[in-house]
Design a protein around this ligand. Structure first.
Ligand code: NAD
Length: 344
């Protein structure tokens, strides 16, 4: 099916636009020539990580049906990124909150169907993959078909898996074109780095920056540090998201880096960027998630002739510098806000 869209005239909706990936996606779409963008988030405007004054910014709770109908009115494409989420510390302790995000996707799908939206993107997650395939740090990378038989991350992962299936059935039963990417850990500037919702790369950058700034050369690491992951820099995520949206890929597809590292290695890299060596304290009782996880990129390479490839060292350099500057300026995650005024 054609993904024809008039980038100047057609309205594109981005939900979760006050968050990390959504904020970057609005910027990226503007850079790619989309000039009618509606950005939606539940957070008050001053708390959005990035805010563009030439965009239709809407504050709305998308768990509710009516706001979903209002924000999709007249829209041709919808990128639904809104979700109540966070790193391991959050999702292991807020399972009900994570599952309530099913209301967002349900109402956004219904509203998109009824308002004649042409294409709908859903940001799923590597957390849909079963725990039984992720017990060893020397992981076999996860292929799309490995999601079944299902044993997703309790709470957050089950909601993502269910919502993926809802997208599929809206396509099969109602003809709404849906595209689903399974993001594997995304990191970069303009995202959460403290307060409990942050993920490993941001948390480690913050801890190293705090050690540098305070002169207290110690770092706390959750678990034994030998758990492994792959991390995708935001620029790869944005490029992949738009490519998947425009593609004919009708089933959920991995969008992640396949550069596997342990958390200890991640700390080594950030220490090298910061020019310090810290004493490591391991908190074995802290939430750690699965033992090992990596993205198998066979399918995305075959479909798009591309896969995320920005080296971890390069992306962490930019992320660390940004978090360091935020902390050095006395800004914390909960209070900072940015206004970007750019010509559309
Ligand atoms: P984020 O928390 O920074 O952004 C999500 C945004 O959704 C937040 O700004 C939040 O306020 C908003 N939101 C939550 N509930 C809402 C509601 N009821 N109505 C309107 N807005 C609401 O997270 P992110 O890292 O930018 O993630 C974006 C999407 O990508 C999410 O769906 C997430 O599950 C998915 N994802 C992210 C990663 C990652 O590594 N960051 C990995 C896998 C999947």
């Amino acid at each position: 099916m054609s993904a024809l869209i008039d980038r100047e005239r057609d309205l594109v909706v981005v939900t979760g636009a006050g968050g990390f990936i959504g904020g970057h996606l609005v910027r990226y779409l503007k850079e790619q020539g989309f000039s009618r963008i509606r950005a939606v988030d539940i957070k008050p405007l001053h708390a959005w990580y990035q805010r563009f004054l030439d965009v239709d910014n809407v504050v709305a709770d998308l768990r509710l049906r009516e706001p979903c109908y209002a924000v999709t009115e007249g829209a041709r494409w919808v990128f639904n990124l809104a979700a109540d989420m966070g790193g391991m510390g959050f999702i292991e302790t807020h399972k009900a909150d994570c599952m309530i995000s099913v209301l967002i996707n349900t109402h956004m799908l219904l509203a998109s169907r009824d308002n004649g939206v042409e294409r709908y993107f859903y940001s799923s997650s590597a957390c849909v993959y079963p725990g039984y395939r992720q017990r060893d740090p020397n992981v076999t990378a996860l292929k799309e078909e490995d999601a079944y038989p299902a044993d997703a991350e309790d709470g957050y992962g089950w909601e993502k898996l269910f919502s993926e299936r809802m997208c599929r059935h809206f396509t099969e039963d109602y003809g709404l074109t849906t595209r689903v990417a399974r993001y594997h850990n995304v990191y970069g500037p303009y995202g959460t780095f403290d307060g409990g919702r942050e993920k490993a790369p941001a948390a480690i950058c913050r801890k190293v920056a705090q050690a540098v700034l305070s002169g207290k050369h110690e770092i706390e690491i959750w678990g034994d540090g030998e758990q492994t992951r792959s991390f995708m820099y935001i620029d790869d995520c944005l490029y992949g998201t738009l490519r998947i949206m425009e593609s004919d890929i009708a089933y959920p597809i991995n969008l992640g880096s396949s550069e596997l590292v342990s958390i200890n290695r991640l700390v080594d890299i950030v220490e090298a960027i910061a020019g310090v060596k810290l004493k490591r304290r391991y908190r074995l009782d802290a939430p750690q998630g699965v033992r090992g996880r990596n993205s198998d990129n066979t399918r995305i390479r075959a479909e798009l002739g591309w896969e995320p490839s920005i080296p971890l060292r390069e992306g962490l350099e930019k992320t660390y510098r940004w978090i360091y500057d935020e902390l050095a300026a006395g800004r914390t995650d909960s209070i900072f806000t940015r206004d970007f005024v750019k010509a559309a």
